[in-house]
Design a protein around this ligand. Structure first.
Ligand code: F6P
Length: 326
């Protein structure tokens, strides 16, 4: 195995708060070990277009507190083609990049997996997504910040829901997973979470109405995971209008608000630990793995397992929302 002298780092897919803290940790740990670092702009796109810049220790100064990503990000269709990946590999060679650290969600890790299979390059992935939908890690970089953004927003909506005695459907992100909706519901005391994981043959809206959402109140907040399976907040509100016209329903879609903002302390610490662990993994000769955290300890998971969707929301948390909303 060739010794590593230079690593390339990129962020790809949806931005997530804490990505900058991860870039900083990877860069500084690599420099600490005497490796040079190259920042690849706009994710895999920059690898194809050759938009690659030398990174020094001070290139990552004053970014730990900033949301977004200084490397910028993109969803790159060209990298999905064999020609695009060939160009990316040639650019890596030209730049003298021996290994890659990629930060992103399932699309990013999927791209890394295919790239690593085709070419003999060590790649380490860091889970950077607000969705928390990667297996092999309890939590992903950006998830905690997004959850806190949801809590702030729902606390405000609660004032109007209570004053007007309304039913609010608040749609949150999550790609295909219900982590943000379910744990957001627990954290805000919401009356229900409607998530794809609980959809299998269940009419979650009917169950909510039939059970009489919180008996002591005439208002309710329901967190809805974005997903065709749930109908989304708009679909659910439409159903209420048609099937349960006695309720005054309103919709709030939090959208990309959830992806922005300064990362929480938890996300900064997670990103710093995972970023440093990515370099340790490469030093040990590990490749084609995602670095994660389980029960507070660093874990290394092969890409295929990280993408396996074997992690799922806790059934007991689904139950908890029901119990706490009586
Ligand atoms: O994967 C992160 C995520 O924010 C998902 O929760 C959401 O479905 C998607 O990205 C939105 O992507 P875009 O910003 O490209 O519209």
């Amino acid at each position: 195995m060739a010794t590593i002298k230079c690593i390339g780092i990129l962020t790809s897919g949806g931005d997530a708060p804490g990505m900058n803290a991860a870039i900083r940790a990877v860069t500084r740990t690599a420099r600490f070990n005497g490796w040079s670092v190259k920042g690849i702009m706009r994710g895999y796109k920059g690898l194809i277009t050759g938009e690659i810049i030398e990174f020094h220790s001070n290139s990552v100064s004053n970014i730990i507190q900033r949301g977004g990503t200084i490397l910028k990000t993109a969803r790159c269709n060209e990298f999905k083609t064999a020609e695009g990946r060939e160009t990316a590999f040639q650019n890596m060679k030209k730049e003298g990049i021996d290994a890659l650290v990629v930060i992103g969600g399932d699309g990013t890790i999927t791209g890394a997996k295919i790239f690593a299979e085709e070419f003999d390059i060590p790649i380490v992935g860091l889970p950077g997504t607000i969705d928390n939908d990667l297996s092999g890690t309890d939590t992903t970089i950006g998830y905690d910040t997004a959850l806190n953004t949801i809590v702030d927003a729902v606390d405000k909506l609660r004032d109007t829901a209570t004053s007007h005695e309304r039913l609010f459907f608040v749609e949150v992100m999550g790609h295909t997973a219900g982590y943000l909706a379910l744990n957001g519901a627990i954290a805000t005391g919401a009356e229900a979470a409607i998530i794809p994981e609980a959809e299998t043959g269940n009419d979650q809206l009917k169950a909510l109405i039939d059970n009489g959402f919180r008996k002591s109140k005439n208002s309710a907040i329901v967190l809805v995971a974005e997903n065709p399976a749930t109908g989304g907040a708009i679909g659910l509100a439409k159903r209420v209008e048609e099937e349960y016209p006695q309720y005054d329903a309103r919709v709030t879609i939090l959208g990309h608000l959830q992806r922005g903002g300064s990362p929480t302390a938890a996300d900064r610490i997670l990103a710093s630990r995972l970023g440093a662990a990515a370099i340790e993994a490469l030093k040990e000769g590990q490749r084609n793995i995602m670095v994660g955290i389980k029960n507070g300890e660093i874990t290394y998971t092969p890409f295929c397992q990280a993408l396996s969707h074997t992690k799922t929301v806790k059934q007991s948390n689904i139950e908890l929302v029901k119990i706490l909303s009586i």
